[in-house]
Write a protein that binds this ligand. Structure first.
Ligand code: 6R9
Length: 653
């Protein structure tokens, strides 16, 4: 071990929250203290981490337009991987870190202890180093939900490389864009990704992506299914084989608190996806704290978050937060409805899961299958339920509480975003009275404000409605957009000067509870996956028969929002059912299966203003089958197109 690895064993996650108040009033007072004196509050919270050099500075942030700068704990140094692994190996080497449940219910589960987590992570770190990856280099991770995904993330963190995880459901094009935007030198993938009884050919997707990338990019392959794959000599590296031969220890790098930990691409209202950058110290302190407090996580609990590591929820609440807390994390490769709709509950019983965290879309899809699938399972190990990703409708909340929680368990509705690193608004299981459908009240350190969208004024009344902004920084906040700080400032801080703009609308009730009403910009939330309408439109118009396309969301029973595309074909092209299918497949290939339009309407013309702007408000109304109240259409260049679109609308339900 290096000298600095022996120093600084000053923190354990529980230290900082040992005396955290969980009674209603005390919890509230603690919140007040956190927002009135953030330096003291977060200075104390920093001690939940093990620092190489403990920070003396706490908060140094500015939301000022054109001068946005966010730094937390800036003079501290640490290593995130050491915080998630080594300090637990020192105290509890044989504790299980990851329980892996494979897609196939008949295949054996894996139990990986903290000691094994250290070894596997170190082996990947050593392979990365042997192939020239250094501090600050970017590594793209395109893997199924297998433990190697967590090992690879932590292996990057260990040597100071910046990872960028790409969801396994994304297409070769989306993967190539992310490799190129982050200028990555390595992509780590697997041969195949089994999921719900089907398999995605990740390696051949990567081969296709790499045709559009620099030929310096290396491809490391995890042999997961062992299936046949194409091999490019000189570029492809058998990671499974090289891990076997690599040393099982690798020292960790001393990183500044503000050194980037990862980039994660997310959709915005315009342009290509943005590389959201999170850094080391503040992000880890924040995810570790929120995981422990909001979910009341206790040592020995078995934590299961059903998200994919390709999304931020997987980063913060499968990997970093829980492992920083020394938790036992269940990682599931499959889907809720395969081989049957009882799979989640079977897994809960099999592994005695205590904390189950999922998404409204999953809950709604299981609700639609009837209660017998859940009622026949014991589920007595469960202590708490969570939901995240989109607003949960009270029916789904109640079903979850009643049938999964047997009418007893708290449902923690956690509202946050890729950009925020961790929870912004969510209840405390012991201190907050829950209201089905509301994410309730802000977490410690978070100052939400409701703004009148037209005047830009902050509304002081408790009971109100408007757009949701946050008035001050918190340690888990994103620091910049990769390679484009101006875009960061313009997207989040220009609209309402001095405030962070979430892009969400909300209502605040008489008790000060927040009810998120969904995105106010052109961002869709389909089954909890964020997508910009612009991305889907540009995929559609890239097809040779498409002249123009406009995409909007509409209410969908299971997915929350469905994708509704209006497509204008090139002159002379016949609209047919076959063409509709072709366009669906096209979008799947361009972006990935999650972006496939649910409904495509042929639109001989689109409603436009005289300046040529598509009037999405009108298209949204038609897609919602709510065309009685179209509002003012007098600015339209050709009001006639609206009637035609209504007449041939696709959603008549
Ligand atoms: C964590 C995550 C962020 C957007 C966000 C909002 C919606 C997430 C929610 C919620 C209501 C909740 N959202 N959680 N809406 N209640 N509990 O999902 O990140 O993929 O970046 O999506 O999701 O609209 O702005 P991300």
């Amino acid at each position: 071990m290096l000298d600095h690895e022996l120093r600084g064993a000053q923190g354990t996650a529980a230290d900082a929250t040992a005396s955290a108040p969980t009674e209603g009033e005390a919890y509230k007072r603690y919140y007040d203290a956190s927002v009135t004196d953030p330096d003291t509050f977060w200075g104390a919270q920093a001690r939940r981490l093990t620092w190489i050099t403990p920070p003396t500075k706490v908060k140094n942030t500015s939301f000022e337009k054109d001068n946005v700068s966010i730094k937390w704990f800036e003079d501290g140094t640490l290593n995130v991987s050491a915080n998630c692994i080594d300090r637990h190996v020192a105290t509890n080497p044989d504790r299980v870190a990851i329980i892996w449940e494979p897609d196939n219910p008949k295949a054996p589960a894996r139990h990986i202890t903290y000691r094994e987590l250290l070894e596997e992570t170190c082996r990947i770190s050593n392979v990365l180093k042997a192939h020239g990856v250094r501090k600050g280099d970017r590594v793209v991770i395109y893997l199924p939900m297998i433990p190697e995904a967590a090992f690879a993330m932590l292996a990057c963190a260990r040597i100071g490389a910046i990872h960028s995880v790409v969801f396994g459901g994304f297409s070769p094009d989306s993967l190539a864009n992310r490799i190129n935007d982050s200028d990555a030198s390595v992509v780590i993938t697997a041969d195949f990704a089994p999921r719900g009884g089907k398999t995605t050919p990740l390696k051949s997707n990567t081969d296709a992506a790499l045709l559009h990338c620099s030929d310096k990019v290396k491809c490391m392959v995890v042999r997961h299914t062992g299936g046949q794959i194409h091999w490019t000599e000189g570029r492809d590296i058998d990671l499974t084989e090289e891990m076997r031969n690599a040393p099982s220890y690798c020292s960790y790098a001393e990183m500044g608190a503000e050194d980037p930990l990862f980039i994660l691409y997310t959709s915005g209202s315009t342009g290509k996806p943005k590389g959201v950058v999170h850094t080391s110290g503040g992000y880890l302190a924040y995810t570790s704290l929120t995981h422990e407090v909001c979910f009341d996580y206790q040592p020995g609990d078995i934590w299961w978050c059903t998200a994919d590591v390709g999304w931020v929820t997987g980063h913060s609440y499968i990997v970093y937060g829980p492992l920083a807390n020394g938790a036992t994390v269940l990682m599931f490769e499959g889907i809720p409805t395969w081989p049957d709709p009882g799979r989640f509950w079977e897994v809960v019983d099999k592994h005695k899961v205590t904390h189950f965290h999922s998404a409204p879309t999953a809950i709604r899809s299981l609700m639609a299958q009837g209660t017998e699938w859940v009622d026949k399972h014991d589920l007595s190990s469960l202590k708490l339920l969570g939901t995240v990703g989109e607003p949960i409708n009270p029916e789904a909340w109640n079903w979850y509480h009643q049938h999964v929680g047997k009418g007893k368990l708290p449902v923690i509705d956690a509202y946050w975003q890729t950009e925020t690193g961790g929870h912004l608004i969510c209840p405390h299981p012991k201190a907050t009275t829950l209201k089905p459908g509301s994410a309730t009240t802000p977490f410690w350190g978070i100052k939400p404000v409701v703004v009148d969208a037209s005047s830009g004024e902050v509304i002081e009344d408790t009971k109100t409605e408007g757009v949701l902004c946050i008035a001050d920084s918190w340690p888990g906040q994103m620091r910049t957009v990769w390679g484009d700080h101006k875009r960061f400032e313009d997207t989040y801080f220009a609209q309402y000067p001095g405030l962070y703009f979430t892009g969400d609308g909300c209502r605040r009730d008489e008790d000060g509870y927040y009810w998120i009403t969904g995105r106010v910009d052109d961002v869709l939330n389909v089954s909890g996956h964020r997508m910009g309408t612009a991305e889907i439109e540009s995929a559609l118009v890239a097809h040779e028969v498409v002249a123009e396309a406009a995409v909007v969301g509409y209410p969908h029973d299971i997915k929350g929002q469905g994708i509704y595309a209006y497509v204008t074909l090139m002159r002379g092209v016949e609209p047919t059912e076959e063409l509709r299918k072709q366009l669906e497949t096209w979008v799947r290939q361009e972006i990935g299966p999650i972006a496939k339009p649910d409904l495509i309407q042929w639109a001989p013309g689109l409603p436009k203003t005289r300046s040529g702007k598509i009037m999405r408000r009108i298209l949204r109304k038609i897609a919602e089958n709510d065309f009685g109240a179209l509002g003012d259409i007098s600015t339209l260049a050709d009001p006639g197109v609206v009637e035609e679109l209504i007449e041939n609308r696709m959603n008549r339900g």
